[in-house]
Design a binder for this molecule. Structure first.
Ligand SMILES: Nc1ncnc2c1ncn2[C@@H]1O[C@H](COP(=O)(O)OP(=O)(O)OP(=O)(O)O)[C@@H](O)[C@H]1O
Ligand SMILES: [Mg+2]
Length: 510
């Protein structure tokens, strides 16, 4: 399906699984839909499974947005506490649409937790409390980070997935890679047919010398990433500044915090160091995943960072805490930064890179090679450091699932074409606009009734139909004669929203 067709399906208010190969433009399309909703002043939750992926849409992690954090389940006590959080209440009140990108890395039980939280806030029993949910991602890419020995499990195994009435949109375009050898390599991996020839093509990239361009270094393991970052830091001439993590409270919980917060216990920075933020802070203009460079230090010795988007941020120490019943049980304090010359393949998912140095010699899960190699635009931008057998593998179950997703996408496309038949240009736009406005109004406030054009037409026979000249005349006459909008709607067989939007279009009301 094309991006345009998928966008039309999104605009119809369905829950959607937006998928397609790496670089097919899924996130690009999400951004288009986000812009569209913003113009219509429809509240959106913009999230992804990792902080870096969320930055591609100026969003936050789904963990932080929903309030579930790093928990594996939600007790009644957790729920009560969440429901009292002011900013969550405010957020949920306005949210009509929720976008979650890089869904392959979200655990199935986490999607169920998000559903539980949404229902509780919206006080509605339908999936996600009636919020339109767009799950976006590609199951050929990385699965959730698993506890040892666990079987790989994607969100399609969640309890809520089969109840979401998801329309599948499978994008078949390619926008990141040109039609070159890299595309062939990636397609071979994706179809499970990467053999000797694919390896041969890739091994040639092991010999490629450094061309002088800055290459982002992608490594599979955190220890290697740390080692490379330290080597790069060592090359800088500036004065090293050391920041040591401070902790207090229950030692066991402190260790959990240290493991999950991504900040380093000993952080050394120098001017020109590449860094990544590891915490959300909206007032100070950064989120988990924001990349930048240290451009200096202030009078207190704290770093000043210029982000890749050009914002200057004076970085202060931040706290990470574990609380219970309002009491802080453990707390750590550190600058919310880590070095970023090298990053893990997990964090790179969703990125487009001009050039990358990639080490796949220790790949440990299916999809890892596919994600890493699909970040660059062409083989010219790739320097391969190593490749093991796991690197080119994909999950067998996903190969099967992929067939079903393609079929469902074909069905969704056919249905869309049926609905849009005979509607062109402006008329098609109006039709889709009216649906999303109606959806946003109704889906989260109509006591759980599911919405469909056919259903609405039973009560309002002319709803969503093209306006004729005669009807328009009747509308204008009635309106200028002082007739109430509700009565006009009744006499024309339309909904009050439809009448209002027509009057707006005709310049009669604001
Ligand atoms: N319609 C388009 N016009 C121009 N550029 C596009 C279009 N669609 C996508 N791109 C560009 O192509 C690149 C890949 O797109 P994007 O990151 O959205 O792909 P993706 O499907 O989300 O990939 P991944 O699975 O790796 O996250 C980006 O640089 C994006 O800006
Ligand atoms: Mg993407």
């Amino acid at each position: 399906m094309t991006q345009k067709e998928a966008l039309d399906i999104l605009k119809m208010g369905h829950n959607v699984f937006l998928t397609g190969s790496a670089g097919s433009g899924k996130t690009f399309l999400l951004n288009q839909y986000i812009d569209y909703l913003r113009k219509k002043k429809i509240g959106i939750g913009i999230t992804a499974s990792t902080g870096v992926a969320a930055t591609h849409m100026n969003g936050v992690t789904i963990h932080s947005w929903s309030g579930m954090g790093i928990k594996d389940n939600l007790t009644d006590y957790d729920m009560q506490k969440l429901l009292k959080r002011r900013h969550l209440k405010k957020n949920f009140k306005k949210t009509k649409v929720l976008v979650i990108d890089e869904i392959s890395m979200l655990h199935h039980f986490q999607l169920d937790m998000v559903d539980k939280i949404c229902r509780a806030f919206k006080q509605k029993q339908e999936p996600f409390g009636g919020i339109q949910v767009i799950l976006c991602g590609d199951f050929f890419q990385l699965p959730p980070v698993n506890r040892e020995d666990d079987k790989v499990c994607f969100v399609n195994e969640s309890d809520i997935w089969p109840n979401m009435n998801l329309k599948v949109c499978y994008l078949r375009e390619q926008h990141r890679h040109g039609n070159d050898e890299l595309t062939k390599v990636l397609n071979d991996i994706r179809t499970g047919s990467a053999g000797e020839q694919t390896q041969e093509t890739l091994r040639k990239r092991c010999l490629s010398s450094n061309t002088g361009v800055t290459m982002t270094k992608l490594y599979t393991h955190n220890v290697d990433v740390d080692a490379i970052n330290n080597v790069e830091l060592g090359k800088l001439k500036g004065k090293p500044m050391l920041y040591t993590m401070v902790s207090r409270g229950n030692q066991k919980l402190v260790e959990i915090l240290k493991k999950n917060c991504l900040a380093s216990e000993q952080l050394i920075l120098k001017e020109d160091a590449l860094v990544m933020f590891v915490k959300n802070n909206f007032e100070e203009n950064y989120v988990n995943g924001t990349l930048g460079k240290v451009v200096g230090f202030n009078g207190n010795g704290l770093p000043i960072v210029k982000t890749n988007r050009g914002k200057i941020i004076h970085v202060n120490h931040k706290n990470w805490t574990i609380e219970e019943n309002g009491k802080v049980l453990a707390e750590i304090t550190q600058l919310p930064l880590r070095l970023a010359w090298a990053i893990t393949v997990h964090k790179s998912q969703g990125m487009t890179l001009d050039a990358a140095e990639i080490d796949l010699s220790k790949s440990f899960v299916e999809g890892m090679g596919y994600v890493a190699l699909s970040r660059v635009r062409s083989l010219d931008g790739l320097k391969l450091v190593g490749l093991n057998n796991m690197a080119l593998k994909v999950n067998e179950d996903v190969l099967e699932l992929d067939k079903e997703l393609k079929k469902r996408s074909g069905d969704a496309r056919q249905n869309l074409n049926k609905l849009l038949v005979g509607k062109k240009g402006e008329e098609q736009k109006e039709f889709l606009d009216s649906i999303i406005e109606k959806t946003a109004e109704d889906k989260t406030s109509n006591n759980g009734k599911t919405y469909s054009v056919e259903e609405i037409n039973k009560t309002y026979p002319a709803a969503y139909k093209k306006w004729t000249e005669d009807e328009e005349k009747e509308l204008l006459n009635a309106f200028s004669g002082g007739m109430a909008i509700k009565s006009i709607a009744k006499s024309l067989g339309r909904q009050t929203g439809g009448i209002r939007s027509r009057l707006k279009k005709l310049g009669k009301i604001e």
